[in-house]
Design a protein around this ligand. Structure first.
Ligand code: ADP
Length: 272
């Protein structure tokens, strides 16, 4: 009797920790944020482009079902074709892209319940013909909801990067995000402080949202602090044009910061 119980427990435990890898990629890295508007999608797209500039094969999965950003940020307005029951990602800037925004009209409100979100995520991870990628970068929706749970429990995530701005209010939610990923055994690669300061005309640094908060939070939770990205109006400008700064101006100081992040990630996962 007790043996039966043990084997059932073992089987259910195994099942719980069996996570599906996304076919067609070596590694899957999620970009998450506690709040909306902190620059998560901007980070995900520019990081993907910087990794591509290092010669890697990259996919971008926009998992923000409710508010997809990729159609705008990459200026994509075509629908993906399907072949043998699988969606073919759209190739833009030499990156394989999928977003719910490719499948719906721009103005359609996304009124989706939990199980529908789960099934959309399954489609994007199991029914897309991702082809021979080194990394898929997943742009998560903000917060700690159904998408994060589905990914963390069912998909093999190799790591997550948490993007935040330095305000106290954002940091409160970052702590919740860290607790969630820790609890779900997802490796947190580190935290990024976006829009941390800007250089005034006088050449001085202005920390308008407070200073050092993201770094302090990293230290408090013993996570790596990956670095800061200053506020720079060019970032928003090129995002709005549908050709992010790393693609438009690869030598810009902001693009160089992204390249450093990309190099760090490449080094941690790929040996050569
Ligand atoms: P999220 O995905 O977290 O909702 P977005 O990536 O859409 O945030 O960014 C929100 C806004 O902030 C956008 O207008 C974007 O261009 C702008 N933004 C992001 N990062 C920076 C930055 N480093 N400097 C200036 N503007 C930025």
């Amino acid at each position: 009797m007790s043996n039966e119980k043990t084997s059932f427990n073992d089987a259910s435990r195994r099942k719980r920790f069996e996570k599906n890898p996304i076919n067609g990629t070596k590694y899957t890295i999620a970009i998450s944020s506690a709040k909306g508007g902190v620059g998560k999608s901007t980070f995900a797209t520019n990081l993907a482009l910087a990794l591509k500039n290092l010669g890697l094969k990259i996919g971008l999965l926009d998992a923000d079902i409710y508010g997809p950003s990729l159609p705008k940020l990459f200026s994509i307005n075509q629908k993906p074709e399907s072949k043998n029951g699988k969606l073919i990602p759209i190739n833009k800037y030499n990156i394989q892209c999928i977003s719910m925004g490719f499948l719906t009209e721009e103005q359609t409100p996304m009124i989706w319940r939990g199980p529908m979100v789960t099934s959309a995520i399954k489609t994007f991870t199991q029914k897309v013909e991702w082809n021979d990628l080194d990394f898929i970068i997943v742009d998560m929706p903000p917060g700690t909801g159904d998408t994060q749970l589905t990914f963390a429990q069912e998909i093999k995530l190799d790591g997550v990067i948490i993007v935040s701005t330095p305000q106290e209010l954002a940091l409160q939610d970052v702590k919740r995000g860290i607790a969630m990923f820790d609890k779900l055994n997802v490796n947190i690669i580190g935290l990024v402080d976006n829009m941390s300061f800007f250089f005034g005309d006088d050449g001085k640094k202005y920390h308008i949202f407070g200073e050092g908060g993201v770094k302090r939070t990293s230290e408090e939770f013993k996570k790596d602090f990956l670095g800061e990205i200053p506020i720079n109006s060019e970032v928003g400008k090129f995002g709005d044009l549908g050709k992010p700064i790393v693609e438009s101006l690869p030598d810009h100081e902001i693009s160089r910061i992204y390249l450093k992040f990309a190099e760090k990630i490449k080094l941690s996962y790929l040996q050569d």
